[in-house]
Write a protein that binds this ligand. Sequence first.
Ligand code: 1PX
Length: 215
Amino acid sequence: MADSENQKFCLQEVLDSFKLCLSPEKEIYIEHYVSGWRGLVKLLNSLGSLFGFISKDAVSKTQILMNFLKSENGPHYATVQSMVKFELDNELVDVDKKGIYPQSGCRTLLRLHRALRWLQLFLERLRTSKEDDKTSVMCRDAYNESLAQHHPWLIRKSAGMAFYSLPVRPAFFEVMNAGTPEQVVDVLGKAVPLLCEVYQITEELYQKHNLLDLP
Ligand code: 1PX
C-alpha cells in the first residue's frame, strides 16, 4: 500500500480534489478525480479489516486510471471527456459487450462513477442526520439505492457485514477530521453539491455515448 493511503483522512482535502477536478469548461480532470478517491481510501483504511476488500478494489481501479495517465497515451487521459473520445475513436471499449477490454479507462471509471452516487447519497444522509442516527443504516440505505444493483450477492453480503461495523455517528464524525460536528455538517453541505455536479456531468457524457452498461 502506498504511504499516502496510510495517512490520516481529511474531509477538506477530498473536497479540494473534487473541486480541482472540474475545469472552467466543466471537463473532469482524471488526476484530481483519482486523488479524491485516494483520499477517501484513507478513511476506508482506518475502518478496519472488514473494509479491506473494498479498499483493495478502489485502489486497483484508481491505479488502472493512473497507469493510463502515465502511459504514452497519457495526454488522452487528461480528462474524462478526452478519455471517452480517445477510447471510442480507437475502439478500445467493449461497447458491444464482448469483454475484450476488461480494463478500459471507460469501464474502470464507470465503476467509480457508480460509487460516487453511493457517496453522494451517504454524505447527504450524514449531513441531515441526528446525533443518534445509525451510520450503518445510512450507509446501507445509500448502498441499496445505488451500487447494490450492480453487485452480485456475495459482494452485497460482504458489504452489508462491513457496514454493521461502522463507528457510531459521533465517532464517525471524528474520523472525518473536519472539526466540530457543526463544522463537519458545514463541509458536507459544500461537498454534496460538488459531488453531485461531477456525477451529473459524467452521467450525461456516458449516457450520450451509451456507456452506462459497460461490462
Ligand atoms: C466522508 C466519508 C466517506 C467515506 C469514504 C468511503 C470511501 C469508499 C470508497 C468505495 C469505493 C468503492 C469502489 C467500488 C467499485 C465497484 O463497484 N467495484 C465492483 C465491480 O468492479 P468489477 O471490476 O468487478 O466490475 C467490485 O466487484 C467491488 C468490490 C468491492 C465492494 C464494493 C462495495 C462498495 C460499498 C460502498 C462503500 C462502503 C464504504 C463505507 C465506508 C463508510
